[in-house]
Design a protein around this ligand. Structure first.
Ligand SMILES: N[C@@H](CCC(=O)N[C@@H](CS)C(=O)NCC(=O)O)C(=O)O
Length: 216
């Protein structure tokens, strides 16, 4: 019987809990790398290992991050904590003013699109076929598409160059997930600016060391 709490007790230092197939886990790993924080990854499967996961994170989701002996969860809360502590110049996430407000809104769009896509994916992939609710799938995917369209407009206005900031890393990891899990929400013909940025981001040093991986 696997025992996540027991495994954690055996490891010292910073531990990232979750698999790279999750865009939220993957962006957290990339952020830790960019901040130069060494960590051990425990590739816990959120659904299959729910009971164990809830014993360490009451919401039963990944990522969770054990940092300085405390368990943090929710990727944005983790990112805000890590950048407050280790990014004093706001290199990865603007620290104040309009730039911070814009960065947080951008992340909210990325996370909103991803949450709706995850909901649609779970409905289609995890429910018994006869219980899948097509109207719910359509609503989730319409919301995800609308958020991705807004991201396309934002990126088209600023240009498709990739810089390894947290909002860009969040975007690229989510686009990779969307492409594989919810076909039709993000695509090169409708989203040329996002497509160019996505390709540049996935090829960058920051991301290519932390591949999306179903197993890891
Ligand atoms: N808002 C959360 C979302 C995390 C999330 O949805 N994680 C998914 C994996 S991609 C998960 O844990 N799913 C299991 C579940 O929701 O039961 C975050 O940003 O960390």
């Amino acid at each position: 019987m696997p025992n996540l709490s027991g495994d954690l007790a055996q490891i010292s230092g910073t531990v990232l809990i979750g698999r790279m197939v999750s865009p939220y886990v993957r962006r957290t790993a990339v952020l830790l790398d960019l901040l130069g924080i060494p960590f051990v990854q425990l590739p816990v499967a959120a659904i299959a290992q729910q009971d164990e996961l809830r014993a360490i994170n009451p919401i039963g989701r990944v990522p969770a991050l054990r940092l300085d002996g405390h368990m943090l969860f929710d990727s944005l809360a983790i990112a805000l904590t890590l950048t407050d502590m280790h990014d004093p110049e706001g290199r990865l996430l603007a620290r104040d003013g309009r730039e911070r407000a814009e960065a947080l809104q951008f992340i909210a769009l990325v996370n909103g699109a991803t949450e709706r896509a995850v909901a649609s994916y779970y409905e289609r992939a995890r429910r018994p076929e006869e219980k899948v609710w097509p109207e719910w799938v359509a609503l989730c995917e319409a919301q995800a598409s609308s958020a991705v369209d807004a991201l396309e407009a934002a990126v088209a206005a600023r240009g498709s160059s990739f810089t390894p900031t947290y909002p860009m890393i969040a975007l690229v990891t989510s686009l990779t997930f969307l492409e594989s899990a919810v076909p039709g929400v993000f695509g090169a013909s409708r989203h040329p600016a996002l497509d160019a940025l996505h390709a540049a981001g996935e090829a960058s040093d920051a991301l290519r060391h932390r591949k999306q991986d179903m197993q890891a």
